[in-house]
Ligand binder design. Structure first.
Ligand SMILES: Cc1ncc(COP(=O)(O)O)c(C=O)c1O
Length: 417
């Protein structure tokens, strides 16, 4: 099969082989995807964590199929599906109003620009990945505003406290992408206190984590968000993102419209996915099955004395290899065994991981450990490897004791990489 690299302007994120060429998949069902050579992989990438129910989920497929025939409305105008989707989102995530977008990037951008306009101050303090938009490009120097007035504090709460102390009146909002693998509830407790003291609006970018840890925002009870954004948990991989929260702060969203707004197949996918997500059932299955896999992975790695840790839990987890060599050998071995992991990033099982899939995944992972025998006792996993893993998944610093000099050194190091 030929791949036309010459005409595609983008280099999209997707599973690739050792040469960096995209892998080609010809079908997907439940927890498995099949490539163009007929190899069946167990999918832990799941569209970067947005396929929560499993590939080709029958209920979603049936609704999308019906919508495609025109039976559920038309992209020409308003449909009952739209009202159901917006009210479900508000029930699950809270807020007075909700806006719909196609991608997490466009939704976060719109939310941040809306809040900045509503507040009328120039700077936004940010931590975490918020999409590919140039507005998130790094500043010339760390902890300074970039060309779009974004100041990254890289999840360091001492840096955030300093920025709020020295320039509060110029700050319109703080935007954070929560992580639950490298930040503990203590981090959120302190962040919440700092934001309350400064009385600055908070936007939580829950594009990735929202609705996946449970039927609502993952930071409900941890942070007091004024505006939220969620996407990956909304429509089982169909292109939907949502912004919700304060009517006053989101007033500038009234200007937003686009031609495909009412597209019924996407709304049907969101409607069916949200109905399931609202029960908490798929998230429970994901957590329980994921936990069993993680437990197996940790004990298989330990039994083989391999220098790799597993951060997180069954909802989202990440491999933390001790060195670059271990990392390279690990992903090579997993690929040979047909485990499709999201390289360097978070792994996400879907609710389609039944007991048979779990057995299959465990057996494949044990064989991965056998293949890595030459790396036995090559450890241990050190602080640098843990910082590196956290940076790969959250574009910032893991929660750990450190002083201002160390913070700057870690940031300089990873920005240079
Ligand atoms: C926290 C967060 N925000 C924003 C985005 C961008 O979303 P999208 O890729 O749908 O544009 C992502 C994507 O991974 C994300 O994880």
């Amino acid at each position: 099969m030929t791949q036309n690299f010459a005409t595609l302007a983008e280099i999209p994120t997707c599973p690739r082989n050792a040469e960096g060429n995209p892998r080609v998949f010809v079908s997907a069902s439940g927890a498995y995807v099949t490539d163009d050579a007929g190899k069946r992989w167990i999918d832990f990438d799941n569209t970067r964590g947005s396929v929560l129910l499993g590939h080709g989920d029958p209920e979603v497929a049936e609704a999308v199929g019906r919508a495609a025939t025109g039976a559920l409305g038309t992209a020409t105008g308003w449909s009952p599906l739209l009202d159901t989707v917006t009210s479900r989102l508000l029930e699950l995530c809270g807020g007075e109003v909700v806006g719909l977008f196609r991608t997490g990037t466009s939704a976060v951008r719109a939310a941040v620009l809306a809040v900045r306009e509503a507040v009328g101050a120039p700077l936004v303090l940010s931590s975490g990945y918020h999409g590919y938009d140039p507005m998130w490009y790094p500043a010339k120097a760390p902890f300074e505003p970039n060309a779009d007035g974004i100041v990254d504090f890289f999840f360091d709460l001492d840096v955030l406290a300093g920025l709020l102390r020295d320039g509060r009146e110029r700050v319109a909002a703080v935007v954070v992408s929560p992580d639950h693998m490298h930040l503990s509830p203590r981090w959120y407790e302190r962040a919440r206190a700092l934001l309350a003291e400064a009385a600055v609006p908070l936007i939580v970018d829950e594009v990735k984590v929202g609705l996946r840890y449970g039927p609502g925002l993952s930071t409900a009870g941890l942070l007091d968000a004024d505006v939220w954004v969620t996407a990956k948990g909304v429509a089982n991989g169909f292109p939907t993102a949502a912004v919700g929260g304060s009517r006053t702060l989101l007033k500038p969203l009234r200007e937003v419209s686009y031609t495909s707004f009412f597209e019924p197949t996407v709304l049907a996918a969101a409607e069916r996915t949200l109905a399931r997500v609202a029960t908490g059932e798929p998230q429970r299955t994901v957590r329980e099955t994921g936990d069993l896999f993680v437990e197996h992975a940790r004990s298989a790695l330990a039994a083989a004395s391999l220098p790799l840790e597993v951060a997180g839990n069954g909802t989202f987890f990440q491999f933390v290899p001790a060195t670059r060599e271990v990392k390279k050998a690990f992903y090579k071995a997993t690929e040979e065994e047909g485990l499709l992991f999201y390289r360097n990033d978070n792994q996400a099982v879907s609710a389609a991981f039944g007991p048979d899939v779990l057995d299959d995944a465990r057996a494949r992972f044990s064989r991965v450990c056998d293949r890595l025998a030459p790396f036995a006792a090559a450890g241990p996993v050190g602080e640098e490897a843990r910082y590196q893993a956290a940076w790969s998944v959250m574009d910032g610093l893991r929660e750990a004791e450190r002083d201002a000099r160390e913070t700057r050194e870690w940031v300089d190091r990873f920005l240079d990489d």
